[in-house]
Design a protein. Structure first.
Length: 87
C-alpha cells in the first residue's frame, strides 16, 4: 500500500498562513511548533492547524498545495474544505 499524504494549512502567531504536505499532520504541526519545521514557521510559533485535506497520493497533495499557495488569503481555508479539487 502506498503512503497517503495530507495538505495542511497553519495560521502562524503573526497571523500569516503556511501551507504544506505531510504524512502525519499532527506530528508535523508539533515539529513546526518545536522549531524543527519549515524555516518560515520557526519565528512564527505557535502555529495552529486551521484546515487539512486528505488522504491522497503524494502527487495530488503537491498539486493541491501549489493551488492553495496561489490563492488569495481569504480563499485558502475554504479551498481545503472542498472535496471537489482532489486529483
Amino acid at each position: 500500500m502506498s503512503t497517503m499524504w495530507w495538505v495542511y494549512l497553519l495560521e502562524c502567531s503573526d497571523g500569516s498562513y503556511y501551507a504544506g504536505v505531510a504524512v502525519d499532520v499532527e506530528r508535523r504541526l508539533a515539529q513546526h511548533n518545536a522549531g524543527r519545521g519549515a524555516k518560515y514557521t520557526r519565528g512564527r510559533t505557535p502555529a495552529t492547524l486551521i484546515a487539512s485535506q486528505g488522504p491522497m497520493d503524494r502527487s495530488a497533495a503537491l498539486r493541491l498545495e501549489a493551488k492553495v499557495k496561489r490563492q488569495k488569503r481569504p480563499e485558502k481555508p475554504a479551498m481545503l474544505a472542498r472535496a471537489d479539487h482532489a486529483g
